[in-house]
Design a protein around this ligand. Structure first.
Ligand code: NAD
Length: 341
């Protein structure tokens, strides 16, 4: 018998507990053998421990190396760390994977199936910023430094190609701005092309300048397969690709490092509907499917995805945000029923 998988579960704030519990129920019904270690983060953790990301939570993720996370409310005020940045740094979660797939009928595009791989630790987001005082003006000049390292570029591009090979995808598009930012973006492109050579004959590679890529994404998104890009461009383009398939509500995201991986919904805590039993749990459910893919349980992930997609396409038992009137529980029951059909 295979060993049960230990996963840290962070229910989160707002609608988080309801949508993560719905996901736990779906995974159990699908036969996933998972032992959940429930831990706090966000506002729930501030209330319990005065810290949005307690040591016990970090220790649990260090031990399990896997976490499924509901949305978190980042407390406002000095002294509180940005939770997502803290987790990314703590576990060096260098790859951010955001899939965007057409599921809901009636949207502008029906054949989008893109995986965007964003570098999560470098670029303009390293936090090296300062003002330069000129005369009496302390903020006369502001500068932000973009850091691209050969090691950082190589591991993210390699991750994208390996993902393509593993999931039978045909093409990787390297997105950059090397025509203007000749050093930082130039290095990313240089390294990207070198890595691409190793995959010649197995995975097609093209490179595109980010502005041209943005236009093509909104005109002909079906031409894209896997996209790999630096931190800022990935941040922007991943919201764009989510928009192509109906918004952030259905979008999962994975943050992956060598030592740990954290899977989450991209949307927030939805305070306006929290506690009403009407939240859509799809994004966390799809994040759980990413987790299963990550631990080589792709067949189970596909089975769950098929049930989710079928329920959404059918539109009979879906939540209010996607045009239905079902509760979180009723929708979850419908997905489970389809799983067993
Ligand atoms: P939000 O995503 O929480 O809500 C935006 C709108 O989408 C709301 O009308 C909400 O009801 C709706 N919505 C979101 N998810 C839904 C779901 N699963 N089902 C049905 N409707 C859904 O964004 P916001 O209002 O800007 O942020 C609220 C809080 O969430 C803030 O405290 C913010 O910091 C936090 N947040 C956390 C994360 C995260 O932890 N990954 C991400 C974004 C925002």
């Amino acid at each position: 018998m295979s060993k049960s998988l230990n996963v840290t579960l962070i229910p989160g704030d707002g609608i988080g507990p309801a949508i993560t519990e719905a996901t736990v129920r779906l995974l159990a019904a699908a036969g996933a053998d998972i032992t959940w270690d429930r831990q706090l983060a966000g506002m729930a953790a501030v209330k319990a421990h005065g810290d949005p990301i307690p040591e016990a939570t970090l220790e649990s993720i260090t031990r399990t190396k896997l976490a499924l996370k509901g949305p978190l409310e980042t407390p406002v005020g000095k002294g509180f760390r940005s939770i997502n940045v803290a987790l990314r740094k703590e576990f060096d979660l260098y790859a951010n994977l955001r899939p965007a797939k057409s599921v809901l009928p009636g949207l502008r595009f029906e054949n989008v199936d893109i995986v965007l791989v964003r570098e999560n630790t470098e670029g303009l987001y390293v936090g090296i910023e300062n003002y330069v005082k000129i005369g009496e003006d302390p903020h006369a000049v502001a500068q932000s430094v973009a850091i691209i390292t050969r090691v950082g570029a190589e591991r993210i591009v390699r991750y994208a190609f390996e993902h393509a090979v593993k999931h039978g995808r045909k093409k990787v598009t390297i997105v950059h701005k090397a025509n203007i930012l000749k050093y930082s973006q130039g290095l990313f492109l240089e390294v990207g092309r070198a890595v691409a050579k190793e995959y010649e004959g197995r995975v097609e590679c093209e490179d595109k300048i980010v502005d041209a890529c943005a236009m093509e994404l909104v005109m002909r998104p079906e031409r894209f397969d896997v996209i790999v890009t630096t931190n800022l461009f990935g941040d922007i383009l991943s919201d764009l690709t989510s928009g192509l398939v109906g918004g952030l509500g259905l979008t999962p995201g994975a943050n992956i490092g060598y030592e740990a991986a954290i899977f989450e919904a991209v949307h927030g805590t939805a305070p306006d509907i929290a506690g009403q039993g009407i939240a859509n749990p799809t994004a966390v459910m799809l994040a759980a499917c990413q987790l299963l893919d990550h631990v080589e349980q792709g067949a189970l992930a596909s089975r769950i995805r098929t049930a989710i997609e079928g329920t959404l396409r059918d539109r009979k038992t879906v939540t209010r945000d996607v045009g239905g009137s079902a509760s979180t529980d009723a929708y979850t029951d419908a997905v489970i029923a389809r799983l067993k059909a």
